[in-house]
Design a protein around this ligand. Sequence first.
Ligand SMILES: [Zn+2]
Ligand SMILES: [Zn+2]
Length: 135
Amino acid sequence: MIRGSCCCGAVRFELTAPPTMMGTCHCSRCRKLGASTFVFVRREDFRWLEGRDSVVRYAPEPPFTYARCFCRACGTALGEIESEHDSFPVAANCLDDDPVVRNRFHEFVADKPAWYEICDAAKQFPGHPVRASES
Ligand SMILES: [Zn+2]
Ligand SMILES: [Zn+2]
């Protein structure tokens, strides 16, 4: 079981299986929303434990596809844990246990701020990676 929670503990969930993958996005949107490294979780592996009513959702404007969720009390970036997708990104920063998967790629590297240095060997894409390589 891989547990996840927000900083204040109001929001708690668990994953019954390891995420399918991990990726890091360097676009300005992810940076400002406070979550750049995500794990992708299948809906059937995600279970709410507490605090679903503490989650606020920031809806995406096109061309963005994923909504962003936050704890309304502490502001922890949670990814898209309130999602209508079958597989959705959960912010790696709110996981309490090792998700087993490791970062597989960096996307939107062209938008990366100069102060951030990539320190792993994961594949880098200047923009969005080809969809096929994600699944
Ligand atoms: Zn919280
Ligand atoms: Zn991004």
